[in-house]
Design a protein around this ligand. Structure first.
Ligand code: FAD
Length: 464
């Protein structure tokens, strides 16, 4: 499929340059937005990008299972119209989340019915590859590969970022200047240290760690027996059943199997241990699916899964012409599948900020845009953060900031909703819509669900 990208001349109001540090999902999506506003956008990436959909070392999690939530899927199609058709040409599967996912919830199996919660199930590597290909068609975008950003450059009066320091693969060091700089360099972002070295305060951090580990293996799908699902999730159940497993079908007739363990009950990465762990789950379906299946990869472990929130929105001084996005600001326990979707929402938020600043001004002042953006982003991160950390804090083994009374109430309430979800299609639908970020969490409090929660509470009270 030939891809052309038209740079919308009318919206190019800032005849200047922008730099994005990091060419992974967050960096690529932000860069897409910046192409609408800047003459030249440069993505600086330390890796060399593979020519095919493959993992790469700068994104160690790229071996792991990545689920794209419905809101994320819609955002990607909004930013890259036609992506859906292009994905379809890669032999991917349409996944209707309420019909095709078999989910063992704490209270039992999920109900099944079709809904508007649809995505195409593919690997993260394919997604990143296709987005990159799309961006490469923009004439005002360039990739600077195998180049590491080693610091930020400030203007003479030290109020704004005006460029970055670069180290190239041959060891030489140069500088690149621009009028707008974005840090999308992921969880190991150096911005806190860079800010400190430039005389700015670094952001405060909140960490909640459930000590969850992944072991992931890719399998060929022989397809001999018909299955009644396209994805399967055996969810751990707090506080005692710490093990879970996921089976997710992706392009090329492959399955990704992810085993997870909470509270340092890490799944092994050796052959025998992996199968034994699968056998020990709440239900035998994952084990049955893989015991005779053909593995096509090693077993990849991953343990850096803590939720980490950097509070850039709370800084009294923040340099102008600079923003931080994606995992560099907020990284979630990945088991909730939120990272790419939240990165997409950040790109849309930045677009909104630029629209406001450029509305009636052909030479806009971007001075306060960064601060304004970080505040909006902090607000947008609130619910996904609460969903992830609220769930993680159910485990006695989780370390980090303890929840407030309000958070504890919400945790308790959502626990009731999750229990009801396996019995009532309406509750399951609401639960899935919130998880997929297509509806706000207030839908949990609509009268019919509130009533069901109260009824459950009363019946449990009578039984005890
Ligand atoms: C085990 C695991 C499973 C996950 N599963 C899901 C899932 O199911 N669904 C989901 O939505 N999300 C998932 N995520 C989260 C997801 O991977 C990230 O949220 C997503 O990749 C966006 O991250 P990012 O672009 O901000 O950073 P990253 O993906 O970490 O990318 C950072 C990029 O910056 C580059 N870089 C870093 N430093 C520099 C530098 N100094 N100079 C130049 N380049 C630099 C890196 O090479 C890399 O390309 C998972 C994460 C993990 C760890």
């Amino acid at each position: 499929m030939e891809i052309t990208a038209k740079v919308p001349e009318t919206s190019l109001k800032i005849k200047q340059k922008a730099i994005v540090i990091g060419g992974s999902i967050a960096g690529l999506l932000i860069a897409r937005v910046l192409t609408d506003y800047f003459d030249q956008v440069t993505i600086v990436e330390r890796d060399r990008f593979p020519d095919e959909p493959q993992p790469r070392s700068g994104v160690p999690q790229s071996h792991q299972l990545h689920v794209l939530l419905t809101q994320g899927y819609r955002t990607l199609n909004q930013l890259f119209p036609g992506l859906e058709e292009e994905l379809a040409s890669w032999d991917v599967y349409t996944l209707n989340w309420t019909a095709d996912l078999k989910w063992l919830l704490p209270g039992g199996w999920s109900p099944h019915f079709p809904s508007e919660l649809k995505t195409q199930s593919c690997s993260r590597n394919l997604l990143e590859f296709l987005i990159r290909k799309r961006l490469a068609a923009y004439s005002n975008l360039e990739f600077k590969e195998t180049t590491i950003v080693t610091g930020l450059l400030l203007n003479p009066n030290r109020t704004a970022v005006e460029g970055v320091k670069l180290r190239h693969s041959n060891g030489t060091e140069t500088q690149l200047t621009a009028q707008f700089i974005v840090d999308a360099s992921g969880r190991n972002s150096q911005t806190p240290q860079w800010l400190k070295s430039l005389g700015y305060e670094p952001p405060q951090e909140t960490i909640v760690n459930a000590f969850l580990g992944y072991s992931t293996r890719w399998y060929e799908y022989a397809g001999n027996e018909p299955l009644d699902y396209k994805a399967l999730y055996l969810m751990p159940r707090a506080p005692h059943q710490s093990r879970g497993g996921v089976l997710y079908r992706v392009e090329g007739n492959r399955w990704i199997i992810g085993l997870i363990g909470v509270g340092k009950d890490y799944p092994p990465t050796d052959e025998v241990g992996f199968l034994e762990f699968a056998r020990s789950l709440r239900n035998s379906e994952v084990y049955e699916a893989i015991k005779n299946a053909q593995p096509i990869s090693p077993i990849y472990g991953y343990r850096r899964t803590e939720n980490r929130l950097r509070h850039y929105e709370g800084l009294s001084r923040f340099p102008n012409n600079f923003v931080v996005v994606g995992d560099a600001v907020c990284v979630f326990n990945p088991v909730y599948g939120q990272g790419m979707t939240v990165a997409g929402l950040a790109a849309l938020l930045l677009d909104q900020c630029f629209k406001q600043h450029t509305k009636s001004n052909s030479n806009p002042d971007l001075k306060n845009l960064g601060k304004q953006f970080q505040k909006k982003l902090a607000l947008a991160n609130k619910v996904p953060w609460l969903m992830a950390t609220g769930e993680d804090l159910r485990w006695f083994t989780t370390e980090g900031e303890q929840p407030s009374v309000m958070t504890r109430f919400l945790q308790w309430y959502i626990e009731q909703v999750i229990f009801l979800a396996s019995d009532q299609a309406e509750v399951y639908q609401a639960f899935m819509e919130v998880i997929h970020m297509t509806k706000p969490s207030t839908v949990f409090f609509r009268p019919s669900i509130l009533l069901s929660v109260m009824r459950r509470m009363l019946s449990r009270h009578h039984k005890s």
